[in-house]
Design a protein around this ligand. Structure first.
Ligand code: NAD
Ligand code: WQD
Length: 340
């Protein structure tokens, strides 16, 4: 019986890129996704890139019956857990939905793993767990806090994982704190496809470039940053995917591990710098208007990347121009496919 990496949320944005990276590193992938924020057509796109169609089960991580079947029918070496909800504003409106999906869902998954004796777990955490930075760059020992149910759900799962590791130290766990994932696969075949009005900067900018949206609202130009707009550590999603493969390798080579590590580039760019970079890529002018600050936003945030380099031997390779080029290629491919 050949062995698989179970990727929950594998038809989603980060999960699909990581599936390709896993396949290219020689792993077989089984995706479990309820398709609440993705399409089954992503499987064809993954197959077109890697030459290998991942196994797929449409199902929910909160469904214990589905999970029992997955672990019974497949030999699973490790679980990469991307499935969850991720919109900060929506989490304030529907907190129970967020705790149910992100916390209860993770508990169900971990319980099924424990029963099946699968103990290697890679978790999608977020730099949002650092709250408003007290110092920069953000090291992994920066104090943690949350200001919304989404962030709190990530903190809760991080703590659950620490408790689990304390109780049974033969677990091998990586808590990966992503900064701002952007871009798309360089093939243009997979990328981020937000439903409705994008919450995040880059998908919004890309839609202004295609003419789908009239102008970008820049949320605040009076922050204590070089040009007054918010500064973030944008990381190309393929670099992020490679970081997962490195974390998996590290865990599989350890007898016992609880690793908490930032996945970022260590460099911050402002909203206006990202707009300018996208203008260069798309050869369009991105219309924007200065709007009030978005509630809950922080001024600036970027990662200390030393621990990732030292423990995983991984470092992000792609710069903002590549992030914009690949986002633009995907946007044109995706936008043209969506037209009737
Ligand atoms: P995404 O929405 O594109 O992917 C998540 C996938 O999980 C989707 O395909 C969705 O259909 C699936 N899903 C959701 N709930 C499920 C459930 N209960 N059972 C089965 N499948 C379910 O999001 P993404 O950007 O790829 O994010 C992946 C993970 O990374 C999430 O946990 C997110 O919180 C985390 N993360 C994302 C970002 C970001 O900016 N994109 C940053 C930090 C952390
Ligand atoms: C980036 C910058 C905005 C949209 C969010 C989540 C975080 C993580 C990543 C999951 C900020 C500005 C944005 C717009 C703008 N996700 N902006 N106009 O807020 O850093 O992080 O995604 O874990 O938890 O909070 O990313 O892309 O929304 O914003 O001016 O229309 O762009 O104010 O400075 P953020 P973002």
């Amino acid at each position: 019986m050949s062995s698989f990496i179970l990727v929950t949320g594998g038809t989603g944005y980060i999960g699909s890129h990581t599936t390709v990276a896993l396949q290219q590193a020689g792993h077989q992938v089984l995706i479990l996704d309820n398709l609440s924020n993705s399409s089954v057509s992503v499987l064809d796109a993954i197959a077109a890139i890697s030459g290998q169609r991942p196994d797929f089960i449409e199902g929910d991580i909160r469904d214990a019956t589905v999970l029992a079947r997955v672990f019974c029918d497949y030999r699973i070496d490790a679980v990469m857990h991307f499935a969850g909800l991720k919109a900060v504003g929506e989490s304030v409106q529907f907190p129970l939905r967020y705790y149910d999906n992100n916390v209860h869902g993770s508990l169900q998954l971990l319980s099924a793993m424990q029963t099946a004796n699968v103990r290697t777990f890679i978790f999608s955490s977020s730099a949002t767990v650092y709250g408003d930075p007290q110092f920069l760059p953000l090291t992994e020992d920066h104090p943690l806090s949350s200001t919304n149910p989404y962030g709190h759900s990530k903190l809760m799962v991080e703590e659950i994982l620490a408790n689990l590791y304390q109780s049974e130290d033969y677990w091998r766990i990586a808590r990966l704190r992503y900064f701002n994932p952007v871009g798309a696969h360089s093939s243009g075949l997979i990328g981020e496809a937000p439903q409705g009005i994008p919450n995040n900067l880059m998908p919004f900018v890309a839609q202004v470039a295609t003419g789908t949206r009239e102008h970008l609202q820049v949320f605040g130009n009076d922050y204590d940053t070089p040009d007054g707009t918010g500064v973030r550590d944008y990381i190309h999603v393929q670099d992020l995917a490679d970081g997962h493969v490195a974390a998996l390798k590290h865990c599989l080579n350890s007898a016992s591990e609880l690793l908490t590590v930032n996945l970022g580039t260590g460099i911050g760019y402002s909203v206006l710098e990202m707009v300018k970079a996208f203008e260069r890529t798309s050869d369009t002018s991105i219309a924007y208007k200065i709007a009030p600050r978005r509630p809950g936003d922080i001024a600036a945030c970027w990662a200390d990347t030393l621990l990732a380099e030292q423990t995983l031997g991984w470092k992000a390779q792609k710069g903002i121009q590549e992030m914009c080029d690949d986002a633009w290629r995907w946007q044109r491919h995706f936008a043209s496919r969506e037209k009737p």
